[in-house]
Write a protein that binds this ligand. Structure first.
Ligand code: CP3
Length: 353
């Protein structure tokens, strides 16, 4: 990691989120603290994923692993989008190669009405302590991003019980019982606002809302069943003063609606060219993305060429945060990550003015 005096690096990501000019384009990588790292796999031999997330010392260590290896411009808290659901009284586990599993999905009115209300200090003190420890360790070198799952993505796990593919039950509830749907989304929105506000109070310097599964909706469905709730989150979080990133995948048809809901920066996946995504999001916002994570399995020449293509579509305009279009894949060659991070910095370097 560079020394504290490297102010250009420490500011790059936050400045780009505010669409201010930077010395070069900042980069961080979604799921950067995960299974492609040999050090992470080693820790996982001894500790379950949720144990890592629940133990502040371990969550801090995992958060810092990628930051020590690569010249990344931001760290992201090691946790999972499901973690605040414990506080709502929903037991879940994380299954290897599957993801979160809820044995008793929420499909009845009684189950939804029985959800407890979330209190960050009471339910996730370990997350807040991890944030404080990570900030101390980072010592101002790079900022820390906090995050939460968006209400729609959380609801889809709650209702389907595992990684949703078709979202049959979720959509059935949405269509059949819009009143109950709104109640569930409202409860999740309250949780997300309380959770993210507490993360900022503990030291998170930017926030990302992950609406990973929202691309399963049509624009009309999004506008009716999701947008009002996501909008409430972004409005409430404005008060924290930290940059807000709004992310989803397969959102090519939804970008305008997502930008309306809010976010200083909107994420785009690789299925849409970055310049087109930026036009649709609006030039008054930043954009994050959007290299195909699979590119990192090709040769380093391809990594540079494809990353260069993303940079040229961004055109050096302030407000681009380089990232993959979705999380980094397990087994990604580590040397290609180093190659990508260094290339993005070098190829986007702007002459000092
Ligand atoms: O970015 C980071 O490095 C921070 C940590 C982080 C994890 N999950 C750790 C994790 C973050 C930001 C998440 C968010 C998350 N979790 C999302 C939104 C982002 C996205 O990719 O769309 C979603 C949908 C989940 C739910 C989830 N948790 C899935 C689908 C899986 C399994 C698939 C996978 O990526 O491994 C998990 C488990 C999980 N969360 C792991 C990690 C490192 C792997 C668990 C393990 O160690 O075996």
């Amino acid at each position: 990691m560079p020394s504290r005096s490297d102010t250009a690096r420490s500011q790059r990501f936050l400045k780009a989120c505010r669409r201010e000019a930077t010395d070069c384009t900042p980069i961080w990588i979604m799921r950067q603290a995960g299974r492609y790292l040999p050090e992470y796999r080693k820790l996982r031999e001894k500790h379950a994923m949720l144990e890592l997330a629940k133990t502040p010392e371990l969550a801090t260590r995992v958060t810092l692993l990628p930051v020590e290896r690569f010249d990344l411009d931001a760290a992201i808290l090691f946790s999972d989008i499901m973690v605040p659901l414990w506080g709502m009284g929903v037991p879940f586990r994380i299954e290897e190669s599957v993801g979160p599993v809820i044995d008793d999905p929420l499909r009845t009115e009684a189950a939804i009405r029985d959800l407890k209300s979330f209190d960050a200090q009471r339910d996730v003190p370990f997350v807040l302590e991890a944030i404080r420890q990570i900030r101390r360790e980072l010592d101002g070198r790079i900022p820390l991003i906090g995050f939460a799952g968006a209400p729609f993505t959380l609801a889809s796990y709650l209702i389907e019980g595992r990684s949703p593919r078709r979202l049959r039950w979720t959509k059935a509830l949405m269509f059949d019982r819009p009143d109950l749907w709104d109640e569930l989304m409202g409860r999740l929105t309250d949780t997300v606002i309380a959770y993210l506000t507490a993360q900022v109070a503990a030291g998170a310097q930017a926030l990302q809302l992950f609406d990973s599964w929202v691309g399963n909706l049509s624009p009309a469905q999004y506008a009716t069943f999701v947008q009002p709730h996501s909008r409430r989150i972004f409005q409430a979080l404005k008060e924290t003063g930290v940059p807000l990133i709004h992310f989803g995948t397969e959102t090519s048809a939804l970008l305008e609606r997502m930008a309306e809901a809010g976010g200083d920066v909107v994420g785009a996946d690789w299925r849409i060219p970055l310049d087109e995504a930026w036009r649709r999001i609006g030039q008054d916002r930043g954009i994050q993305g959007n290299l195909d994570p699979a590119v990192l399995f090709a040769g380093s020449g391809v990594v540079r060429r494809e990353a260069g293509a993303v940079l040229s579509l961004a055109g050096g305009r302030p407000g681009h945060v380089f990232n993959l279009g979705h999380g980094i894949l397990p087994e990604t060659p580590v040397e290609n990550v180093a190659c990508l991070v260094d290339f993005v910095h070098e190829a986007s370097r702007r002459p000092a003015s």
